[in-house]
Design a protein around this ligand. Structure first.
Ligand code: SF4
Ligand code: F3S
Length: 128
């Protein structure tokens, strides 16, 4: 059954060639509920956020509803060019993450904050 599901997802991905991206609300929150549902392990970890590899994502959409701060968006939405580029660039240099880790102890303090990219974005890899 699992194999059938995987084959279905891969076939659909080949047809559509779209992806999901992680955006600003993830910064300093990094809850990581998204990690455990991904069938192809295409999350990559930075110091204070995750990104999705556009080469690995099969557009299944399973991760999108898992994020408590709605940071995961389909790249078909408008205005996401900056985040598409950032996800691709950081996925190439950050380590892969397949298992949910411990979110930052102060994650909830940053849930509703705006302008997090300018204030806190870090290019440093996570998983240290
Ligand atoms: Fe993984 Fe989300 Fe892409 Fe599905 S949509 S393959 S869960 S990153
Ligand atoms: Fe970030 Fe949301 Fe995943 S905060 S780590 S995209 S669950």
């Amino acid at each position: 059954m699992r194999q059938i599901w995987k084959t279905f997802l891969l076939t659909r991905a080949k047809r559509r060639r779209m992806t999901f991206v992680i955006t600003e609300p993830c910064i300093k929150c990094k809850y990581m509920d998204c990690v455990s549902v991904c069938p192809v392990n295409c999350f990559y970890e930075g110091e204070n956020m995750l990104v999705i590899s556009p080469d690995g994502c099969i557009d299944c959409g399973l991760c999108e509803p898992e994020c408590p701060v709605e940071a995961i968006k389909s790249d078909t939405e408008t205005g996401l060019e900056k985040w598409r580029e950032l996800n691709a660039a950081c996925a190439a240099i950050w380590p892969n993450i397949c298992v949910k880790g411990e979110p930052p102890a102060d994650a909830d303090q940053f849930k509703d904050e705006e302008g997090k990219f300018d204030k806190y974005f870090s290019k440093a890899p996570g998983g240290a």
